[in-house]
Design a protein around this ligand. Structure first.
Ligand SMILES: *Cc1c(COP(=O)(O)O)cnc(C)c1O
Length: 398
């Protein structure tokens, strides 16, 4: 049945693809070994360095984020290597499972899934590892299953304080181009990312940003690799080409996304996400519901996971919202199934889209009979109004 108006895709990735990117991809596929292609390839490879904030190498795969997770590990590690991971939520536990299947030996630091990674615990584990058997520390920057962000610079500091030589690997699949991230400055060795969240593209591209130290490690790493091999990529990438067929049309979109992010200014993009997350939490608080992340410092700017009161099923609530208001909200994953719903406020997103989203949630709570206080959307609007007025008076005062 036809539904009038635009569907609201408010899951925390894939995010809404802006028309400008759709238009950029709507162009004939060209010869990826022909003379025109190198310019597009180079624009994407160089442009992504400015998004990761790195001067070293960026690899682009035609793959989902999971592929780039695997690439980070198989390029740098050997069978039986110990790696330290922090189980911040569902995505961290999936990366751990992937590592086990590859024949690595993850040591998992557990959390209550209500906050980011624990730098103190990471530091303790590294202090105890006098023989330097741990070869990598792997952290998820923005845990998309819980809405908690980890302080990567504090993880780096814990590693430095322990004088530990392990590589630092960070999953930024849902944070890149939405939350401040600095590959070089924070001393990250491999940053993993994907196309379908902050980069505003459809799913299908993923990335490794790699330090010189990681590149050195790749020369002696023994895990088998072929499709993911960095050394095969780096040669052709120098002139903007790839060893196998790249996702040509997604690269047209990526070049456009990089332009859009720089036209807005990365700092403005980050501030926009932060402001929308603040407005969303105010709405949740006014409804009398609880945000899953209970460490204010770790609140995600990308999504908010909301707990439903005991006895109410989050998936039934989400089905109600989809049926009546044509909006998709994120589900609770693994141990959070049925307990939380997730509001994505990332990517190509503005104040009115947020107000539509929060109105849909508030109406959905009423229709589904979830106990709450009305007025959350109003509270968010009050905040957005006040901060917009603050900004315009600041502009007027300049
Ligand atoms: C989405 C996501 C993934 C998985 O990416 P796919 O593209 O589905 O393979 C991994 N980690 C985080 C933090 C994510 O948000």
């Amino acid at each position: 049945m036809h539904k009038a108006g635009r569907h609201f895709l408010q899951i925390p990735g894939p995010s809404n693809v802006p028309d400008r990117i759709l238009r950029a991809m709507d162009y004939p596929t060209i010869d990826h070994r022909g003379p025109k292609f190198g310019k597009i390839g180079a624009k994407c490879l160089d442009g992504m360095k400015t998004i990761f904030k790195t001067k070293s190498h960026v690899i682009i795969y035609p793959a989902s984020g999971t592929g780039a997770w695997e690439a980070a590990l198989v390029n740098t590690l050997s069978p039986g290597d110990k790696i330290l991971m922090c189980e911040t939520g569902h995505f961290a536990s999936l990366w751990c499972k992937l590592a086990r299947r590859l024949g690595l030996e993850p040591i998992l630091i557990e959390t209550d899934w209500r906050r980011g990674a624990l730098p103190d615990k990471i530091g303790e584990a590294l202090d105890d590892d006098k023989a330097h058997e741990i070869k990598a520390v792997c952290v998820v920057h923005n845990e998309t299953s819980t809405g908690a962000t980890s302080c990567i610079n504090e993880v780096r500091k814990a590693m430095d304080d322990a004088s530990h030589p392990a590589l630092l690997m960070v999953d930024t699949i849902s944070s890149l181009a939405s939350i401040d991230y600095r590959h070089d400055e924070w001393g990250v060795d491999v940053t993993v990312s994907g196309s379908q969240k902050g980069l505003m593209l459809p799913p299908g591209l993923s990335f490794n940003a790699i330090s010189e130290k990681a590149l050195d490690a790749s020369k002696s790493a023994k895990l088998p690799k072929s499709y993911w091999a960095w050394d095969e990529m780096i040669g052709p990438n120098k002139t903007g080409y790839f060893p196998y067929t790249p996702a040509t049309n997604l690269l047209y979109g990526l070049a456009e996304a990089i332009d859009m992010l720089h036209e807005e200014g990365l700092d403005n993009v980050f501030a926009r996400h932060k402001r929308h997350s603040e407005a969303t939490r105010r709405a949740v608080q006014a409804w009398g519901l609880e945000v899953l992340c209970n460490e204010p410092r770790d609140y995600s700017h990308v999504l908010t996971a909301v707990m439903l009161p005991e006895g109410h099923n989050a998936d039934e609530f989400r089905a109600t919202v989809l049926k009546h208001f044509d909006m998709s909200l994120g589900n609770g994953l693994s141990r959070l199934a049925g307990k939380v719903f997730r509001i994505g406020h990332l990517g190509d997103f503005n104040d009115l889209m947020l107000m539509g989203t929060l109105s849909g949630v508030e109406m959905g709570l009423a229709v589904a009979g979830v106990p709450h206080q009305a007025g959350g959307a109003q509270r968010a609007m009050d905040y957005l109004k006040a901060s917009a007025a603050g900004e315009s008076s600041a502009v007027a005062a300049e």
